[in-house]
Design a binder for this molecule. Structure first.
Ligand SMILES: CC(C)(COP(=O)(O)OP(=O)(O)OC[C@H]1O[C@@H](n2cnc3c(N)ncnc32)[C@H](O)[C@@H]1OP(=O)(O)O)[C@@H](O)C(=O)NCCC(=O)NCCS
Length: 199
């Protein structure tokens, strides 16, 4: 986990926030992922290639947050604004983007219990092999068992997958500072059927 290198290739804004060339930006992601390991409400689901070792072995990663985490606090909105962004990162964009995510999450879900997909990433070399679906289904099965909604913020690359598995758009926010990158907020109602299937 600690060695996983994050490549934000899906949007220019993401690349400006987490350039692969910035050791500080990469370290901040590593710290964020590592911090989540200590959080009792975070669940990491990994797909591992047994034939590889180290970095290369992790081919897909999802971070789910359980309903027990409770509603978003006012402090959650403030952390991005207060964060000490490294020099080689577009800190103004980072503050705007992450503050917006926190604010919208609170606005969309309020105090309703839900499973929250905070991160889903599949290595490019492993796209189209069902890994994204598998890691998504892991959380959706739990949301259905608990009878609660699932919630996420989607990059344009993720939207088709999420729509296919029952998520509906709530709102789209366009970031003019990031070449009109569009973040889509989505939720899915719980189902009583056995297993998670495509719509
Ligand atoms: C989006 C992403 C997670 C999809 O993962 P993946 O492992 O390639 O997707 P899967 O192979 O599991 O596809 C699952 C289903 O979604 C469909 N799907 C996935 N991407 C699609 C697309 N762009 N357009 C249409 N359908 C798509 C597949 O056809 C498949 O359908 P099936 O269940 O009928 O077989 C992956 O492309 C990725 O990591 N992208 C970069 C990071 C990112 O943007 N993450 C999303 C952040 S919100």
């Amino acid at each position: 986990m600690a060695a996983l290198k994050f490549r934000a290739g899906t949007c220019s804004g993401c690349r400006r926030l987490f350039p692969a060339t910035s050791a500080v930006a990469q370290a901040s992601i590593k710290n964020w992922l590592g911090g989540g390991l200590k959080d009792p409400h975070s669940r990491y689901v990994l797909a591992v290639d047994d034939t590889q070792s180290g970095d290369a072995a992790v081919v897909a990663l999802a971070k789910w947050v359980t309903p027990g985490a409770g509603p978003k606090s006012a402090e959650a909105e403030e952390w991005a604004a207060q964060m000490d962004w490294p020099e080689d990162v577009d800190g103004a964009l980072g503050a705007e983007f992450f503050t917006m995510l926190e604010k919208k999450h609170k606005e969309h879900m309020g105090t309703r219990p839900h499973w929250y997909l905070e991160l889903l990433a599949v290595r490019k070399s492993h796209h189209g092999k069902g890994l994204g679906k598998h890691l998504l289904s892991w959380g959706l099965e739990r949301a259905d068992q608990d009878g609660v909604e699932a919630y996420l913020q989607a990059s344009p690359a993720g939207v088709p997958l999420y729509r296919k598995y029952g998520f509906e758009d709530i709102e789209t926010v366009t970031m003019s500072r990031a070449d009109n990158y569009a973040e889509v907020f989505m939720k899915r109602q719980p189902r009583q059927s056995q297993g998670v299937s495509a719509s």
